[in-house]
Ligand binder design. Sequence first.
Ligand code: OMP
Length: 232
Amino acid sequence: MQDPKVLVALDYADLRQCMSFVDGLEPSSCRLKVGKEMFTLFGPELVKALHHKGFEVFLDLKFHDIPNTVAKAVAAAAELGVWMVNVHASGGRRMMEAAKAALQPYGDKRPKLIAVTVLTSMEQADLQDLGIELSPQQQVERLASLTQQCGLDGVVCSAHEATALKSLLGEDFLLVTPGIRPSGSEQGDQRRIMTPVEAIAAGSDYLVIGRPITQAASPKQVLQQINQELSE
Ligand SMILES: O=C(O)c1cc(=O)[nH]c(=O)n1[C@@H]1O[C@H](COP(=O)(O)O)[C@@H](O)[C@H]1O
């Protein structure tokens, strides 16, 4: 596969379990996402080990801090050689512009830089708690437009917002969508969910999928099935 669509979320507390899971996968069938739990437990060495096995890595640390700190963190991710890194769009314009500028020196080798809009675990009531009176869709559109103005490559959003975002922001603006649930799998804590095929049809460029693959009795088979469905 040239450009695998599935980004497998490696949310494991146990390194050996994680590595035996990874050893069952082909780098051509997916990319791997390292998030806060695993990076806090195992750090950059984990990312290097995954690179060593031939996988491209999405470093999902959702940076959200003052511009200088985020710029340094994003540059550190570039030094590590990751394929994609993210920040929170709600960190604002100056923070995102600083992150983008920090990647300039890396030229073609720079990671893709994307911003989280509204987390897929959140719904209208959660936004209201934060004093935001917009619907999730409106808030996503607002943050995604800001992200594009700051020159980033795309956003993390729910597949439910993908069609509207593609028409608002254009085909080239990347949409990375978690909250993906193959039919029959458990929703868990996710709120705004879609199946892989529906998500790609709606305009998602990459699908973040964790538990439906990592907790499956046969993860490789689930991944193959998803890739098969996407290629039909
Ligand atoms: O940035 C993310 O990847 C992310 C953003 C978001 O809005 N929602 C979301 O679920 N994620 C991540 O996507 C993964 C989803 O995992 P599952 O719910 O197990 O498929 C987790 O690692 C989350 O941290």
